[in-house]
Structures are given as structure tokens and as C-alpha cells.
Design a protein around this ligand. Sequence first.
Ligand code: COA
Length: 266
Amino acid sequence: MQNGVSFGLPYRRPRIAKPEDLPHLGEISALGFKESDVFRYARPKGDEFFQDAVASFTNWFRSQMLDKRALILVTEDWQPNEPDDYDPSFPLTGTAKEGEGKRVVVGVSAWYLPQESRRVGKFVSPAADVPDEVPSEDRDLCKERLDIFRKVKDEAECKYFKDIGPKNYEIDPRKSIRPTIICNKIVVHPAFQRLGHATAMLRWIQQLCNCDCLKQGVISPRAVEPLFRKVGYETIGEMQVPDDGDVRGFTQHVMWCHWIPAKVPV
Ligand SMILES: CC(C)(COP(=O)(O)OP(=O)(O)OC[C@H]1O[C@@H](n2cnc3c(N)ncnc32)[C@H](O)[C@@H]1OP(=O)(O)O)[C@@H](O)C(=O)NCCC(=O)NCCS
């Protein structure tokens, strides 16, 4: 039982992130997103100033830990004891046999609850436990492009997912029957991908949504759509990030997933 919700899940059981996980969350995100369109677009010097990207992701997760509407889930896996054995270029060697290595956080997802959710405030970390922001010079970042991306994403979320952001968007009533929990990020350390970590986090959220009659929404890179489709999401729209100077823009897909009534009321 966690925060009033009971989840009987298979092998990789996600848990709510703790303040001590923060350094891992920044690192996993920077490593996992490094090849993504958003990273290429907004962090053109990401290779050169990789630690600045780690710091800025760490600070973003820190802000979410203090936000009453945010929910951060993590999954863990076994990492071999000897650092020399660890070969991130070959994913399946990332894991050790259960019990033989060290358990480390390898996956993280960040969710945003609708304001009417009864879980608001239930997953927040006590402020006293959350460390200070880490210094970040943002030398990797093109702030203007990050702002463009955030603006386009905010507009798409407002248009499709009803209750977050400004209310002055025309909403298709078919799409706003229920409040929606938004997936802001989901990322798995490259050495531990395709092992079911993302699926485990999505299933955890799905059970929460089934209990609470919430829809789920995400704006997903096109390449990652199969992950979401596999757990029941469908594509309902498109979001276009414009070209900016020499840098190509890109398209992402807006997806959502309906809740299924829980068999046992909670
Ligand atoms: C997308 C991501 C989170 C998936 O994590 P994962 O733990 O490897 O996913 P799972 O092992 O649960 O995959 C389940 C299924 O989703 C699909 N899938 C997963 N990753 C995929 C990818 N990169 N491309 C296409 N399909 C993918 C597959 O169908 C997979 O099933 P299979 O392995 O049996 O073929 C991970 O690849 C990642 O961190 N990518 C970079 C960050 C990112 O783009 N995040 C999404 C937007 S916020």
C-alpha cells in the first residue's frame, strides 16, 4: 500500500521518488534524452557541457518534488558490483542477476495531476528533506529554443488536455469528459532500456487512473509512440515545433488513454 493506493504489479515495481534519488534522476534524464529531438533542438551544446544538462534536469525534478500536483515514479534494477563490468554500449549487460549487484534507480517518469484529483499533495516530498538546487550554468542550452518548445507544448496541452494552463482554448467536448493526468517525462537509462521499466511505470499509473477515473495524456516523440500504444494510448493530434535558424523543427504526437473502471472500488 502506497499513499492509499494498492498496486499489485509484476516484476519491476515502481515506487515514488525520494529526495535522495535526485542526482540519479538528472543523470538518467540527460543520458536518456541525449538522442531526442528536444535535446538536439534546445541543448545544442549538450555534448560539450553534459553536466550542465544533468544539473538542469536535476533541478527540474527537484521543483516537481515540491509541487503538490506532481508525481514522480522511479524503477530500479540490479547493476553489477564492479564498475569495470558495466558496459552501457550493450544494453543487456547493464543488469546483474538479482541479488548479485547493487540496486540502482534506472527509470523515471514525471506526471502532473489534474487540479481536482484527490491525490493532490499526496506524493509531495517534505521541503526540509529536499536538497538545495544544484548550480547550473546552462552552457549547453539555447534558452530561446527551450522557450519556443515550452510554449508550443503548453498550447498543445491546453488544447487537448482540458484543465491545465489557461482556460481560453476551444475544447472538443468529446476530449474533455474526464480530468487528465499528464505524462511530462518518461525516460530510462540507455543501458536498461527494452527491459520493461517504462511499461511498469505506465501500468502503475494506469491502475491509479482506473481507480480515480482519470484519463492519461502525453505528447510523445513519434518514435516512442509504440510504447504508449502498447498500453492503450491512441493518437489524437499533432504538435509542430518550428524550424529555428539552422536547426530543424520536429513533430510530436498528442496521445491519450481512457480509464477502465476498477473492479474493486478503493
Ligand atoms: C521511451 C523509453 C522511455 C522506453 O523505455 P523502456 O523501458 O525501454 O520501454 P519498455 O522496455 O517498457 O518497452 C515496451 C515497448 O515499448 C516499445 N518501445 C520502447 N522503447 C521504444 C523506442 N525507443 N522506440 C520504439 N518503440 C519502443 C516497444 O514496443 C517495447 O516492447 P518490446 O521491447 O517488446 O519491443 C526509453 O526508450 C527512453 O528513455 N527513451 C528516451 C527518452 C524518451 O524519448 N522518452 C519519451 C518521451 S518523454
